[in-house]
Design a protein around this ligand. Structure first.
Ligand SMILES: Nc1ncnc2c1ncn2[C@@H]1O[C@H](COP(=O)(O)OP(=O)(O)OP(=O)(O)O)[C@@H](O)[C@H]1O
Ligand SMILES: [Mg+2]
Length: 257
């Protein structure tokens, strides 16, 4: 059984009234617990692919499945299971965290969603549960009454990770999770992410420009160029011995930094 599957899935946006294919028909299968890096240049379609896997953007062709079930066209009231099983950490915690909400409300939000409450198997957002969620990411319960602006950038991304994990998902998308952070805290946040992914045996899609991060966290990598997967395979094979000119250029660019 796979956790995520794209079957000939294509994404078309409209730009200035014209259709624009951001992801050409693509096949991807992700097994439970598998960690897959998605690399490629800016605008190549990485975030689009990730959003498709979470049901946040519909395919214009083909199918997207989660837990072997199509998520295309699912009405909101049937999305509870998907919301609980799949989470996302975005690039920039400054824009992904609501500045007017206290941390207790931000972190507890996934547990308050009616579609999740109806499932009956997410915990109540009690003070103990919320404190535990913050402590699990290296923050303290005393911070529950703070607002995002009262935290550092690294702490904010820890809050985003706590929120993503509080529903105990099986699949996590991390889209450039440390690139907006100060270099000095990147390693700490990456280590936190690595520990959580290991302990929870999460399936992971990690979108990153940074090939070193993909090596560190992933076993498999997809290389995307202009909406096509141009190369894929085990991280060591693809990054040590790239076959496609685009992958070679990405690897060379990293070596020359
Ligand atoms: N909502 C949208 N409407 C129209 N075009 C979009 C939309 N979102 C993305 N695009 C376009 O689709 C293409 C792929 O975008 P996407 O965000 O998936 O790229 P990316 O690989 O994540 O890039 P980056 O590394 O810069 O984050 C780009 O050309 C982008 O301009
Ligand atoms: Mg992106």
């Amino acid at each position: 059984m796979s956790i995520v599957e794209l079957r000939g899935a294509e994404v078309t946006y409209r730009r200035a009234g014209q259709p624009f294919v951001a992801l050409h028909p693509t096949d991807v299968v992700i097994e439970p617990g598998e960690r897959v890096g998605v690399v490629g240049g800016s605008g190549s379609g990485k975030t689009t692919m990730a959003r498709l896997m979470l049901g946040l953007v519909p395919p214009s062709q083909g199918d997207a499945l989660f837990d072997d079930r199509s998520i295309v066209g699912l009405p909101e009231r049937q999305r509870g299971w998907l919301r609980a099983r799949a989470s996302m950490v975005f690039q920039d915690p400054n824009s992904s965290l609501n500045p007017r909400m206290k941390l207790r409300d931000i972190v507890g939000e996934p547990l308050r969603s009616p579609v999740l409450r109806n499932r009956g198997d997410v915990p109540e957002p009690t003070p103990e549960v919320l404190a535990g969620a913050l402590e699990g990411v290296g923050l303290t319960a005393e911070m529950l009454d703070r607002y995002p602006h009262q935290l550092s950038g690294g702490q904010r991304q820890r809050v985003a990770i706590a929120r993503a994990l509080i529903s105990d998902p099986a699949f996590l998308v991390a889209d450039e999770p440390v690139s907006a952070l100060d270099v000095s805290v990147r390693a700490q946040v990456l280590n936190l992410l690595t520990d959580e992914v290991n302990e929870r045996s999460l399936a992971l899609v990690l979108v990153s420009h940074d090939l070193a991060i993909v090596r560190h966290l992933c076993e498999r990598v997809l290389v995307v160029e202009r909406g096509h997967i141009v190369e894929q395979g085990a991280v060591a094979d693809v990054l040590d011995n790239p076959q496609h000119p685009y992958t070679q250029a990405l690897v060379d660019a990293t070596l020359s930094l």
